[in-house]
Structure formats: C-alpha cells, structure tokens
Design a protein around this ligand. Structure first.
Ligand code: ADP
Ligand code: MG
Length: 422
C-alpha cells in the first residue's frame, strides 16, 4: 500500500516543472487502544498504517514554500517563509506551512521548497492524515536542509504546528505514531513522561487481522466537541484535586464528582488507560492466542466511548454491532469521534462475512457505502529510496543512493511555476 513514489514525482513535475530531490513517506495511524487519554496525560497504543502521505520535494533558492496536493485541486499554495505567523495561511496548506513555522520557532533554518503531496489516506477518517501531512513535510524540509532532528523533537514540532498554527488542540499521539512506530509493533506512549516502548503486535501471525471500516461520516475536530471534552476532563481533574485524570486509577474516586456528565467523562478516561495496560499485558504475555482478550477489550472501549464519553456516531455503532454479530473478535470506533473509522479485529476466515454484514447494514439504511481497508502494523516515516522515472512513457523504478541536503537541480523547482509576488 501507500501511494506510488513515481506518481508523486510526476505530480511534482506537473505542478512545478522540475524534478523533485526526493520523496518522503509518513504513515497514518490507527490507535489500538486509549482514546482521548493523550491530553489527560494517560496511555495510548497506536500503530503506523501501510497507508500514508508522500511528499516529493525540492529546495528553492528563495524563501518561499510552494505546495500542491493531488487531493486538493486549485493550484499551488505559495507561502512566504519570512515573517510567517499563525493566521496567515488557511485551508490544507496551513499544515505544511505550520511545520515550517514551528521548525523555525524551534531554531531550525528552514529552506524554501516546492512540495507535492499525494495520499492514500482518507482525510477526516480518524486515521490521522493531518499528522501524516505534517510529518512528511517535517522530514522533507529537515532532510533537504541537511538537518538531523531527533524524531521525538520532530514529533513535538509537528504537534506545535497543528496546535498553534492550524489551531487544532490535539495531543502528541498522532505525530509520535507516524515518526516512531515500528513494523510489526504497536507504540506504547506514556503521555505524561513521553516515554515510549515498542510492543510486538502482529495479529496476522495468529490468523487474525485488523479491518478498517471508514464509515464515511465526516468529522470536524475544530468544531467544538473535541475542545469541550478536553475542558470537561480538565474540570473533572480540578474538582478532584489532581493535575490530570492520569493520576486516578480507581473509578470509586469519581463518586466525589456530583456532576454525572463529568463523572462519565472521567470514568471513560480512567478505564481506557487501564485497557491500554491490559492490551499491552496480553501482547507481552506468553499465552498462545491473546486476540480473543484484545477483541473483548476493544468492544468494552467502544461502549465506553459511546455511553460515557458520548463521541460515537450512528454509523460507527452500527458497524461495531454488525461486525460482532458476524463473528468479529471485537471492534471500536477510533479517532477523535463524531465520524471517521471503526477498527475491527477479525479472524481471517470471518473477514468476508464481516465486510458483507457491515456493507448490507449500511445499504439497508441508505447510508453512504463504507470503505474497507486493512490495518497492518507498519514502519514509521522515512525517505523512499526507490526512484521512479518516466522513460519513453513507461515508468521505470530503481533504488538510488540516499542523498542528504541535496540542492534542487533548478533553483526554483523548475520553470513551469513562477511564484506570484506577495
Ligand atoms: P484526520 O487527521 O483524522 O484525517 P483531520 O481533520 O485532523 O482528520 O485532518 C484532515 C485535514 O488534513 C484535511 O482537511 C486537509 O486540510 C489535510 N489533509 C489531509 N490529507 C491531505 C492531502 N492529501 N492533501 C492536502 N491536505 C490534506
Ligand atoms: Mg488529524
């Protein structure tokens, strides 16, 4: 999976006229367990997907960042790097521009660049296309400049771009997964200490698989509900006299909260933190088949997100119920909520049944048909060494030496695009 490097190089040519210096891939992520726990300083357990965003990039001689995306028609966005500040760039280009801004704010000299984006991650489906876009941009810009930035720091920089430049108050999970995850592993992230550990996670080896069900119901994280949940969690922690809900492990302590809504919100966070630790214990146990236990925990998490945190949506509830009835080991909504995807743990021999049951249930209600994909624990963001070129109208691919800090062959990424003056 993941978009073709040859195609994004072609897109680069058609946007900018010249050749890209390199192609970088950053994966999306699915979160196995721990939803809305990150900003409560709790635990999360994401893994990188095979699907992601690719960025073909080249340095420019001037101080502009010029961007185009296969998924965003409307011509290149042209951003002046000097004096760049939050609020100056809106729409999709705010994510890559925000990365350039956050890198500069962290003291890194960001070069002018042309970047072409392509993706096989649905945007807004809870698979973190936004972080993938940020991380692909961050890797491309730092490697074009020959800067070696520690990946944890890069994750923090990409998060700052999303929080302060785009204006979405998300946690550190998505960028950490995209930059730090390993193939065949989930990433246990303690959002209080920011410590991470790799947890072996290879359901395929046990005859199970993870099915992604994009319910095609859109979400809009900036639209208020995410911020409201965050504020409710902070209020609950304040009333209970702890710095964050992470400091609580016993739901009995929530009896001190008189507001039933705050009690339910806090109960979700405390129980989901525990479910993360339970999944990790299962994965690290020597027991033969741990997937029935993980499936049960997934379904418990969905009920908690639906009933206590109240961020599920009808298509997700239906997909979970139908998947379970058709033999899935467990399923839950993933992501920020109010739209996006469901993750179902399914034995290989039940996968077709589960897909058919969910698709039929959606068709019966005349809902937009869901999209199915595979969620395989994959490698983190990286420069793609495979260079593909069109020779006599046929794509030819070969491995090339990795170059760091290379200069664009053409000072302004080619001749077809001329930067408009600001
Ligand atoms: P998620 O991260 O769950 O996919 P978000 O709402 O956080 O959803 O981020 C989606 C936004 O990221 C899109 O609205 C768009 O602005 C940007 N984005 C994602 N993928 C692309 C892409 N391929 N090209 C341009 N912008 C993209
Ligand atoms: Mg996002």
């Amino acid at each position: 999976m993941s978009p073709e490097p040859g195609e994004v190089r072609e897109l680069f040519r058609s946007c900018f006229g010249g050749a890209a210096d390199g192609v970088w891939l950053a994966p999306g992520r699915a979160n196995l367990m721990g939803e809305h726990t990150d900003y409560n300083e709790g635990y999360v357990l994401p893994f990188a997907l095979g699907q992601g965003i690719v960025a073909a990039a080249a340095r420019r001689a001037d101080r502009r960042l010029v961007l185009c995306s296969a998924q965003e028609p409307g011509g290149p966005a042209d951003v002046a790097l000097d004096g760049l500040a939050p609020g100056q760039v809106t729409g999709w280009a705010a994510y890559p521009a925000g990365v350039a801004w956050a890198l500069a704010a962290a003291g890194y000299e960001v070069p002018g660049a042309c970047i072409a984006i392509d993706s096989d991650l649905p945007a807004g489906a809870g698979l973190s296309s936004s972080a993938a876009l940020e991380c692909a941009t961050a890797l491309a810009l730092t490697e074009l400049a020959g800067l070696a930035v520690d990946r944890r720091e890069l994750a923090a920089i990409a998060r700052r771009a999303e929080n302060h430049f785009v204006g979405v108050p998300s946690g550190i999970m998505d960028q950490s997964a995209s930059l730090l995850a390993r193939r065949g592993h989930a990433l246990l992230l303690d959002c209080r200490s920011l410590e991470t550990s790799q947890v072996p996670f290879d359901p395929g080896a046990s005859g199970a698989g993870l099915l992604l069900i994009n319910t095609r119901a859109g979400h809009e994280l900036t639209a208020g509900e995410y911020g409201r949940r965050r504020a409710e969690c902070e209020q609950a922690a304040r009333l209970l006299g702890v710095p964050s809900l992470r400091y609580l492990t016993d739901v009995a302590e929530l009896d001190r909260l008189t507001d039933p809504v705050l009690r339910r919100r806090a109960r979700h966070v405390i129980t989901d933190d525990q479910r993360v630790l339970d999944v990790v214990a299962l994965l690290r146990s020597a027991a033969g088949d741990v997937y029935a236990g993980i499936g049960w925990l997934l379904t418990q998490a969905h009920r908690s997100l639906r009933d206590d945190f109240e961020i599920s949506w009808p298509q997700a509830d239906m997909a979970v119920d139908e998947a379970l009835a058709a033999g899935a080991l467990g399923a839950r909504m993933i992501g920020g909520g109010f739209g996006g995807s469901v993750l179902a743990l399914v034995r290989a021999d039940a996968a077709d049944q589960v897909r058919a049951a969910v698709a039929n249930a959606f068709a019966r209600r005349s809902w937009t048909a869901p999209e199915f994909g595979e969620a395989a624990p994959s490698a983190s963001a990286r420069r793609l060494g495979l260079q593909c070129v069109l020779v006599a109208r046929r794509m030819q691919c070969g491995y090339v030496m990795r170059r760091h800090g290379s200069r664009a062959r053409s000072p302004n990424c080619g001749t077809r695009f001329t930067a408009s003056p600001r």
